[in-house]
Design a protein around this ligand. Structure first.
Ligand code: BGC
Length: 790
C-alpha cells in the first residue's frame, strides 16, 4: 500500500462509508447506528434522518433491566442479522457509558450505573452482533456521561473512579467479547480529547486490554486527524472523500505522524474490511415476525414490577379502564442518532382488545401525547372512565422531547399533566396501576396512592403488546432495576452540572449510583437490582467453595444458592452477589456488584445456581502501584435480590499480593476557559463564582456562542441559516428540533469541518480561532494559507 492509500483509509468517504482507494482493491464498507436497531439512512435522507425499516428492540435501559446475558446475546444476533441484510458492516453500539447522573439525556441508550452489569450486558450484545459477521462499535469511549456540552466538555476524573467505574464498564466487554471497533467519544478526559487520548486509546485499550480492532471517532470528534492517529485512532468519521488527506500526508513528511502509527491505522481498517467480508456476501433477509416476537420477549423481560398490592395480574373478569394516550400511541424509543424506523409498532390498547375483548375495556386519553399537558375536561373524562371500572391502568411517562441525545433532563419529574392525571384517577378508582414509559428514573409524587407500578422503560416496537400481556398475566414482568430510582432529584449526587461550561469535576469519585446512596445512607424510591415477581422464590443453602488453583492470581470462589419457585406461576429471579470489604484502609463503597445470574423456574422447581468470583471481584485500583490490589482480610459475600435486599451472606478471607498500602491523592488537571455573560445568557443561571473567567482564550473547542468576536457572530448566523434550511421549523415538543437547537448553541469551531464536509480544514478552523483571540493579522495569514493549500 502506498502512503497515500494508507492515508485515504484513515477517513471516511462520506457520512457512513469508508474509502476504497483504487490500488488497494479494498471495498468501501458501511458503519451505521445502532444501538437497539439498525438506523441505515436512506441515501437521500439528509438530516431528515429517515432510515430503512428495521426492528426497534428495547433500548439499553430496558435491555439491562433483563439482567439476562443470554437474551442480550439473542437480541445481538438479530441486530447482526438485520445489519448484514442491509450490507452494513459495523453497527454503532452498544453504549457502555455509566449512568453517572439520572439526568443524562442519553441514559436510555446506556445500560447501568454499575460497571459490572453494564460491561456484561455490552459483552453479550457484542457477542451476538458479531456472531452474524458484523462488527460492533463499543461506544462512547470514555467518560462520556452527560449531553451538556457534549462535543467539548472536559471530564475531570480521578484515577480510581476512572478505573473502577468508567473504564471498568468497557473493560470486560473489550477483553471478553473483542469488539471489532471501539468509538472514541466527543468529550475530553482530564484535558485531552478522547479521539487523541494516547493513554485511553493506546496504553489502556490496546496495551493493557489487548484490543486488536479498530478505533473510530465519534462523528466529528476529530480535531486533527494526524494527532489522533498518532495517539491511537484509526478511522476518522464522517469523512469527506479524501479532503484533509493532504494535511495528514504533510504530517507524515515532517515526521509528526510516525510510519508505525499510520501502518497500524491503515492495517486496522484493512483488517476490519476483511473480517466483515463474509457477511457482505451472506444471504440477505431475516424473519421480521421472529424479530418482533424477540423484541416483545426482551421488553417483557425488562419490564420491572416496582410495587404491587396484588392488583396485578389483572383478574380475568375485571373491567379495565385504559387511560393515557401512550396506551394507543406508545413511547418506545428515545430521540437522536438511535431513532429507528420500526417495521411495526404494537400498542397496548389494540393488544388488550385482542386479548380480553373490547367489552371489558374503556378508554380516556388523559393528556396530549406530544406535550404531556392535560386540561380539566381530559381529567374529568379520565375520572369518569376510571370510576366505572374495576381497575384503572394509567399509561404515563416522558414525552419524546424529554429524552433526547444532545439534551440533558432538567429534573426527574414527569410532565405535570401526567402527575395530575394519575392523582385524578387515584381519586376516582381505588385500584390504579401505573405503567411507565421512560428511559431513566422519574419521581412519583403519587406513589403511595396507587396499587401497582410497572416500569416498562422504552421497550421498543413491541412494548405495547409486551406490557398488555404482563398486565393480564400472560407474561411475567421479568425485570430488575439496573439503576437506582432516587426519591428526589437532589438525592442524586450529580443533579446539576456544577463545574461550569467547559469542565465537569467528578467529585463524587467512585460513589456513583447505589455506591453513593448506600455510603451516604440515603433513602431511595427503589434500589438498584429491585423488581417484584408474580410468583415467590425461596433462597436457601448458601455455599461458598474456594476453587484451588496453583497460580494464586487465579484464585476463585464459587458462590451458590438454591432457588425454589414457591408460588403457582412460572417466573424468573435474579441472584445478585455483592462484595463488601469488611475493613479497608482506603475509601471503598459499602458493597459492589461482583456477579449475578438469572434463573427461570416453573412452580415447585428448585435449582442451585452458581456465581463465580475471581480476585478482581475483591480488588480496588491502587494508585500507589497503578494496579489492582486486594487488602488482606475478610470480605463479606452478600447474596441479594437487590442492593437493599440482601438475603444471605458469608465471609471469606483473602491474602493480599502486596505488602503496603498508602494510596496517595489522585490528581487531575485542566485549564478552564469561561465567559460569564455567555454562560448566563445560554443557560439562564450564573456561572459559579469559583470558576475562573478567562475570556479571550478561545480554542477550537469553545462553543461558538461563547466566542465574543464579530467573526464568531457572523459564523453563527451563517450556520444558523444553514441548519434552519436543513431542518423543519422548531417545535418545542419535537426532540430532534431540540437536539439541533442545542447543538447549534454548543457547536465548537472544530465541528465546522464535519458540517462543511471537510471544506473547512482543521488548519482553517485554528486560524479562525486565532482571529477571535485577537490575532487578526496572524490568523488571517494562516487562514489564507489554509485556504490556498486546499
Ligand atoms: C453519536 C453517536 C452516533 C454517531 C453517528 C454521534 O453524534 O454520539 O452515538 O453513533 O453520531 O450517528
Amino acid at each position: 500500500m502506498t502512503t497515500h492509500e494508507q492515508v485515504s483509509l484513515t477517513s471516511g468517504a462520506d457520512f457512513w462509508n469508508t474509502q476504497a482507494p483504487a490500488g488497494t482493491g479494498l471495498p468501501a464498507i458501511m458503519l451505521t447506528d445502532g444501538p437497539h436497531g439498525l438506523r441505515k439512512q436512506r441515501t437521500d435522507a439528509g438530516y431528515a434522518m429517515e432510515s430503512v425499516p428495521a426492528t426497534c428492540f428495547p433500548t439499553a435501559s430496558a435491555l439491562a433491566a433483563t439482567w439476562d446475558v443470554e437474551l442480550l446475546e439473542e437480541v445481538g444476533v438479530a441486530l447482526g442479522a438485520e445489519a448484514r441484510s442491509e450490507d452494513v458492516s459495523v453497527l454503532l453500539g452498544p453504549g457502555a457509558n455509566i449512568k453517572r447522573s439520572a439526568l443524562c439525556g442519553r441514559n436510555f441508550e446506556y445500560f447501568s450505573e454499575d460497571p459490572f452489569l453494564s460491561s456484561r450486558m455490552a459483552a453479550a450484545w457484542i457477542r451476538g452482533v458479531q456472531s452474524a459477521g458484523v462488527g460492533a462499535s463499543l461506544k462512547h469511549f470514555a467518560v462520556n456521561n452527560q449531553e451538556f456540552r457534549r462535543y467539548s466538555v472536559d471530564a475531570l476524573v480521578d484515577d480510581r473512579a476512572l478505573r473502577e467505574i468508567y473504564l471498568a464498564s468497557f473493560e470486560h466487554a473489550v477483553v471478553a467479547a473483542r469488539p471489532a471497533t471501539v468509538m472514541a467519544a466527543y468529550n475530553r478526559v482530564n484535558g485531552t480529547h478522547c479521539a487523541e487520548h494516547r493513554f485511553l486509546l493506546t496504553d489502556i485499550l490496546r496495551d493493557a486490554w489487548g484490543f486488536d480492532g479498530l478505533v473510530v471517532s465519534d462523528w466529528g470528534a476529530v480535531t486533527r486527524r494526524s494527532t489522533c492517529l498518532e495517539a491511537g485512532l484509526d478511522l476518522e468519521m464522517p469523512g469527506y472523500g479524501g479532503r484533509g488527506d493532504d494535511a495528514v500526508l504533510e504530517a507524515v513528511r515532517t515526521g509528526e505522524l510516525s510510519a508505525a502509527a499510520l501502518d497500524r491505522a491503515a492495517e486496522s481498517v484493512r483488517r476490519l474490511i476483511e473480517r466483515t467480508a463474509p457477511a457482505r456476501t451472506a444471504e440477505k433477509g431475516y424473519d421480521h415476525a421472529a424479530h418482533h416476537t424477540l423484541a416483545r420477549r426482551a421488553a417483557q423481560a425488562g419490564t420491572v414490577l416496582l410495587t404491587n398490592d396484588g392488583v396485578l395480574p389483572i383478574g380475568s373478569t375485571e373491567r379495565i379502564a385504559v387511560i393515557g394516550e401512550f396506551a394507543k400511541q406508545p413511547r418506545y424509543q428515545g430521540a437522536g442518532s438511535s431513532g429507528i424506523n420500526p417495521h411495526r409498532v404494537d400498542d397496548a390498547w389494540t393488544d388488550l382488545t385482542e386479548q380480553v375483548g373490547a367489552d371489558r375495556l374503556s378508554y380516556a386519553p388523559g393528556y396530549v401525547r406530544g406535550s404531556g399537558r392535560t386540561e380539566p375536561a381530559l381529567l374529568d373524562e379520565a375520572r369518569r372512565v376510571a370510576g366505572a371500572a374495576d381497575v384503572a391502568v394509567v399509561f404515563a411517562g416522558l414525552p419524546d422531547s424529554y429524552e433526547t441525545e444532545g439534551v440533558d433532563r432538567a429534573n426527574l419529574d414527569l410532565p405535570a399533566g401526567h402527575d395530575a392525571l394519575i392523582a385524578a384517577v387515584a381519586e376516582a378508582c381505588p385500584r390504579v396501576v401505573v405503567v411507565l414509559a421512560n428511559g431513566a428514573p422519574v419521581t412519583m409524587p403519587w406513589h403511595d396512592d396507587v396499587a401497582a407500578i410497572l416500569e416498562g422503560y422504552l421497550g421498543g416496537q413491541a412494548s405495547g403488546s409486551a406490557v398488555a400481556r404482563v398486565l393480564i398475566g400472560d407474561a411475567e414482568p421479568g425485570g430488575r432495576l439496573a439503576e437506582t430510582f432516587p426519591l428526589r432529584v437532589t438525592d442524586n449526587p450529580v443533579h446539576v452540572w456544577p463545574a461550569g461550561p467547559a469542565q465537569v469535576e467528578y467529585r463524587e469519585s467512585v460513589y456513583v449510583g447505589y455506591r453513593y446512596y448506600d455510603a451516604a445512607d440515603v433513602d431511595v424510591r427503589y434500589p438498584f437490582g429491585h423488581g417484584l415477581s408474580y410468583t415467590t422464590f425461596d433462597w436457601t443453602e448458601l455455599e461458598i467453595i474456594e476453587v484451588e488453583n496453583d497460580d494464586a492470581s487465579e484464585q476463585r470462589f464459587d458462590v451458590s444458592v438454591r432457588v425454589t419457585n414457591t408460588g403457582d406461576r412460572p417466573g424468573s429471579d435474579v441472584v445478585q452477589v455483592y462484595v463488601r470489604d469488611v475493613e479497608s484502609t482506603v475509601f471503598r463503597p459499602d458493597q459492589e456488584l461482583a456477579g449475578f445470574t438469572k434463573v427461570h423456574l416453573v412452580p415447585g422447581e428448585s435449582r442451585r445456581v452458581t456465581v463465580q468470583l475471581d480476585r478482581r471481584a475483591f480488588a480496588f485500583w491502587d494508585t500507589t502501584v497503578d494496579d489492582w490490589s486486594i487488602e488482606s482480610g475478610d470480605f463479606e459475600i452478600r447474596v441479594g435480590a437487590s442492593s437493599r435486599d440482601i438475603r444471605t451472606s458469608a465471609t471469606v478471607t483473602l491474602e493480599s499480593d502486596r505488602t503496603g498500602f498508602a494510596p496517595g491523592p489522585a490528581g487531575y488537571h485542566g485549564s478552564p476557559v469561561f465567559d460569564r455573560d455567555a454562560f448566563a445568557e445560554l443557560y439562564g443561571r450564573p456561572l459559579p463564582d469559583n470558576v475562573v473567567d478567562a475570556p479571550g482564550h478561545y480554542t477550537v473547542d469553545t462553543p461558538l456562542a461563547d466566542i465574543r468576536h464579530p467573526a464568531a457572530t457572523l459564523l453563527t448566523t451563517v450556520m444558523r441559516r444553514k441548519v434552519a434550511a436543513m431542518i423543519p421549523a422548531t417545535d418545542e415538543d419535537d426532540p430532534l428540533s431540540l437536539l439541533f437547537a442545542r447543538s447549534l448553541q454548543e457547536l465548537p469551531p472544530r465541528m465546522m469541518t464535519m458540517l462543511s464536509q471537510g471544506a473547512v480544514t482543521p488548519e482553517a478552523t485554528q486560524a479562525f480561532v486565532d482571529i477571535c483571540n485577537g490575532g487578526l493579522l496572524r490568523g488571517t495569514r494562516k487562514l489564507v494559507s489554509a485556504l490556498r493549500r486546499k
